[in-house]
Design a protein around this ligand. Structure first.
Ligand code: BEZ
Length: 212
């Protein structure tokens, strides 16, 4: 099965969600969007993880980042499950849509299947994939966790910040010089010079430049 990976454009799927039908590209629009899958409704790790995501919603909103959850059960099941998620930690609200995908079409196309997990009828279940999709609809960053291990949403936020800081670099910010750039090329690119960290290995791979 071909896998969705960094740099790939996400397919423009039509998706049935708890907020109605959406097209993935239109949903992403001009925003960074986090799409994240869960193995199943009414399961323990998924419930605590979605509750955590709900508690971080305002942090993602502040950054203009959209959230879109996936779980295979149908919309009615999701809506009942959301009541449990919100009751588990009162005050946390699931305000983002959750995709329903009972026939697994979307999760297959988004590389979100866990080959080692099956439902009671032997059907495929999603893994815990999380892709941050850029406004160009390309995957910028991915997490891939198995059903048994929950993601740390604080780490999702940190990774989002790291990604957006790199993407939103502005003149005046310090930059790290990538390893593929030789010192000679770095001198041409940064005429006012760059700083090389002195490390025990003696290797000169950690270089910083100020850019005017
Ligand atoms: C869970 O959320 O705890 C879970 C869901 C499916 C398989 C294993 C664990």
């Amino acid at each position: 099965m071909p896998g969705l990976t960094l740099g790939d454009v996400v397919p423009n799927l039509e998706l049935d969600t708890t907020h109605g039908t959406i097209r993935l590209h239109e949903f992403v629009g001009d925003a960074y969007t986090i799409i994240f899958s869960h193995p199943a409704d009414f399961t323990p790790v998924c419930t605590t993880e979605l509750s955590e995501m709900a508690s971080y919603t305002s942090e993602f909103e502040k950054r203009g980042v959209k959230l879109l959850g996936f779980s295979c059960d149908d919309v009615e099941s999701h809506k009942e499950w959301i009541k449990d998620i919100e009751a588990y930690k009162p005050g946390r609200h699931v305000t983002f849509p959750i995709v329903a995908d009972p026939d697994r079409t979307a999760i297959r196309q988004l590389n979100m299947i866990d080959a080692d997990e099956k439902d009671t009828a032997g059907g495929e279940l999603p893994n815990r994939a999380l892709h941050i999709v850029g406004p160009d609809k390309k995957v910028k960053l991915s997490f891939l966790f198995p059903a048994c291990a929950g993601r740390n949403i604080a780490e999702v936020l940190r990774a989002t910040d790291a990604l957006m800081t790199a993407a939103n670099w502005v003149p005046g910010d310090r930059v790290v010089i990538p390893p593929g750039v030789s010192d000679e090329k770095a001198k041409e690119r940064f005429p006012s010079g760059f700083e090389t960290a002195q490390l025990p290995s003696g290797k000169c791979y950690l270089r910083f430049a100020d850019v005017e």
